[in-house]
Ligand binder design. Structure first.
Ligand code: NCD
Length: 309
């Protein structure tokens, strides 16, 4: 049985197949509309979410399946002190596949070790967020046509931003990808990403503080929110929260074909005036999140839709 805990759980070839399947679903959603009839997805969310949970649910409904679950730890037995391990053993009796989001790093891994159904990590603390990465890869692949030969700027909270950690993990497997890491000193990528992944893999990258200095030759700019909920004190958050604001003036420094991505939710880091710029693709990105999660559910449940189905 396969789980998705980390973007590296899929090989490059498997990822390629998944992205192609997502493109096929986008082109002909009707063909897949009954593929998961009789199947249930459980969404177990111990942390707030809009896009991830609802796009998972929309994905399963689009496939003809159904959805059960909880949207906060307050209205599950976690509030009574139940462990993730016990909860997942029970969920395994009710559903065919489970997406779990939890504030603790490693929670999805623990869940997978006790589960008899596929477990999808929908975000574990400040660690990883592999399905956001699938969404990001599908967006880049669909709009740029390739995942190699890219200069990728990652901007904002690179310390706590799990989407950034997962995206770096995934992109380093493609040839000629380089990174510009744009953050204040306090929010630099964690050492384990810098040393164990970038340095160890001889991946070209530089770290800069000013967004303006980085924009001129990027293929992609991936903006992120300062992760308020992971700060130890409010003062530090307030000092950091408006460090970067991408506005129309800064967009004039960027190449004509640079894409702006953001996992969302946006707070202040992208001014709404940028939304109409054709290079701003973050709302399209949210739509790709549904197709890629449909492809993921089919893949993990080992359901193959043929023309005869
Ligand atoms: C991200 C997350 O939860 O890590 N959101 C999402 O799933 N699209 C990014 C964030 O919350 O800033």
């Amino acid at each position: 049985m396969k789980h998705l805990l980390n973007p590296l759980d899929f090989s490059v070839t498997e990822l390629d197949d998944l992205l192609k399947l997502a493109n096929a679903i986008e082109a002909n959603p009707q063909k897949y509309a009954h593929a998961c009839e009789g199947k249930k997805l459980a969404t177990c969310f111990y942390e707030p979410s809009t896009r991830t949970r609802l796009s998972f649910e929309a994905a399963m409904l689009n496939l003809g399946g159904s959805v059960i679950g909880f949207a906060s730890s307050d209205n599950s037995s976690a509030a009574k002190g139940e462990s993730v391990s016990d909860t997942i053993r029970v969920i395994s009796c009710y559903a065919d596949i489970c997406a779990i989001r939890h504030p603790k790093e490693g929670a999805a891994l623990v869940a997978s070790s006790r589960s008899s159904i596929p477990v999808i990590n929908a975000g574990d603390g400040g660690h990883q967020h592999p399905t956001q990465t699938l969404t990001d890869l599908l967006t880049i692949y669909s709009l740029k046509g390739h995942l190699d030969h890219l200069k990728v700027g990652l901007c904002g909270d690179l310390k706590f931003g799990r989407t950034v950690h997962s995206l770096i993990n995934a992109l380093i497997r493609y040839p000629a990808v380089e990174f510009v890491l744009i953050s204040p000193e306090e929010l630099r990528v964690p050492g384990y990403i810098r040393e164990d992944i970038l340095d160890a893999g001889h991946i070209p990258y530089k770290e800069v503080e000013r967004l303006e200095d980085a924009m001129a030759d990027l293929d992609l700019l991936y903006m992120t929110r300062v992760q308020k909920e992971r700060f130890f004190n409010e003062e530090d958050y307030i000092r950091m929260k408006d460090f970067y604001i991408l506005d129309k003036a800064k967009m004039t420094l960027a190449p004509k074909d640079m894409l702006v991505l953001h996992p969302l939710p946006r707070v202040n880091e992208i001014s709404v005036e940028v939304d109409d710029d054709p290079r701003a693709v973050y709302f399209k990105q949210a739509q790709y999140g549904v197709y890629v999660r449909m492809a993921l559910i089919l893949t993990l449940l080992d359901i193959h839709v043929t023309d005869e189905n």
